[in-house]
Design a binder for this molecule. Structure first.
Ligand SMILES: *Cc1c(COP(=O)(O)O)cnc(C)c1O
Length: 436
């Protein structure tokens, strides 16, 4: 497969953009090789700068549930474009998108629109602190909530073996002061006792617990029922807010996201990705009594020059309307189930240890015997094997996420021919592994 143009563009990009990319995972660092520069997309397919046609399982890392260049989205954006792109004044489309989000999440009464998932979680946490008057927050190992300072934090050493949350947190990025990191406690996903321990140690100081209701950012981790129950019970008992980060899962697992799928009762919900239909949008919402603490109604400040941007609103509205009119969720589940079974059967035949985690259209094939239920389980995967698998797929025209620890996404444009090509590619990629 020719990659000359992508190689040249990547070399040139590196002279003007750090690492040649505007978000690290795009650089293929975990798998090696040249990242493909994308020229265009249509449905489930991408065409790269060398004209290669690639079957897309990245879906812009989540937003493209309708597939690329969906006609309804294109038309909505084109109409909005005609009328001007930004005013810094309220517009009617903001009400429409807010109404669509609130309709899907009946327990939420107000929603504030921002421009990214990072902004949504960062603002929700500020709101939780402003509302409770408390300082500390809790996140889970391997859950990603965007790149705000207080969220680029890892557990101190010892957590992995102790299975408890007692070690002090440390920054996971240069530039994040230890003082910020100390305000974020880190517990273990699917191990409720680690959260309980933190509440015992910091009873009256925890403002909020934020979590991914299905983890996508460590690869897919599926929550246990006990874990979800404990999250709600412990936060309620200790007066902390529960924040469901549905930036990835919202409108993907079902129209009402994980909240609807699992019957969750979070105090605040964060959205992003799908609600922008491929344009930059984020949002956070909850009961009016909490949300009215945000400026200008209340004392918690949050603002944005491009918040509620007309083009982004148009793409988001068109996407949510389409998902509501023609729900793709059963089709996504069917495709996902067949992809999972296909992966499992072929791995078994090739005698490659593989553990597939999936909820609906989010799927990860971990190169380990599994089962993978925790972050520690995920990081036990064979990343060398993943690399070979990834390049095997890519050489067969299947564009899988370039990291063992990212979810692959299915869109409604993925159909029978796509599934066939994928499973043939899986077979040849696995053959490379069993030939080693
Ligand atoms: C992608 C993601 C974010 C960050 O969203 P950005 O738009 O990239 O800032 C936050 N939380 C979760 C769960 C995500 O998947």
């Amino acid at each position: 497969m020719a990659t000359r143009n992508s190689q040249q563009l990547f070399a040139k990009a590196k002279t003007v953009i750090p690492g040649g990319v505007n978000s690290p995972v795009r650089a293929f660092q975990a798998v090696g090789g040249t990242p493909r520069f994308i020229g265009r997309g249509q449905g489930a397919w991408l065409w790269d700068a060398d004209g290669n046609k690639l079957l897309d399982y990245v879906g812009s890392w989540g937003p493209m549930i309708l597939g690329h260049a969906h006609p309804a989205v294109k038309q909505a954006v084109a109409e909005a474009l005609e009328a001007g792109t930004s005013f810094g004044a309220p517009t009617e489309r903001e009400i429409q998108l807010a109404e669509l989000v609130l309709k899907a999440y009946p327990a939420c009464e107000r929603v504030r629109l921002v421009s990214s998932g990072t902004e949504a979680t960062m603002s929700a946490l500020r709101l939780a602190r402003g509302y409770t008057g408390r300082k500390l927050i809790v996140k889970f190992r391997g859950n990603y909530h965007g790149h705000a300072d207080g969220l680029l934090v890892q557990a101190g050493s010892g957590l992995l073996t102790a299975g408890g949350g007692s070690a002090a947190s440390a920054p996971s990025s240069a530039g994040v002061p230890q003082e910020y990191a100390s305000l974020t406690l880190v517990a273990d996903y699917n191990l409720p006792e680690s959260l309980e321990q933190l509440f015992q140690q910091h009873q009256h100081d925890i403002a909020a617990v934020i979590f991914e209701p299905v983890v996508g950012n460590a690869g897919v981790l599926v929550p246990t029922k006990e874990f979800l129950t404990a999250l709600r019970e412990l936060t309620r008992k200790h007066g902390a807010l529960l924040i469901a980060d549905e930036v990835m899962t919202g409108f993907r697992l079902s129209f009402g996201g994980a909240v609807e799928l699992f019957g969750l009762e979070p105090d605040l919900v964060c959205w992003g990705k799908i609600i922008g239909g491929g344009l930059p949008v984020g949002a956070y919402g909850g009961r009016a009594e909490i949300m009215e603490h945000i400026a200008p109604s209340g004392p918690v400040y949050q603002a944005g020059t491009l918040s509620g941007n007309p083009l982004a609103m148009a793409a988001g509205i068109a996407t949510l309307q389409e998902l509501s009119k023609n729900p793709p969720y059963q089709k996504l589940e069917d495709y996902g189930a067949r992809l999972q079974q296909g992966l499992e059967a072929r791995a078994l035949a090739a005698q490659v240890p593989l553990s597939v985690n999936r909820v609906g259209s989010m799927i990860t094939a971990f190169f380990t015997k599994g089962p993978v239920n925790t972050y520690a389980g995920a990081v036990g995967s064979d990343t060398q094997a993943f690399k070979i698998f990834f390049h095997g797929l890519l050489d067969a025209g299947v564009y899988w996420p370039a990291s063992q620890f990212e979810a692959a996404f299915i869109s409604q444009a993925h159909g029978e021919p796509e599934l066939e090509q994928t499973l043939a590619a899986v077979e040849s990629a696995l053959a490379r592994l069993s030939a080693l």
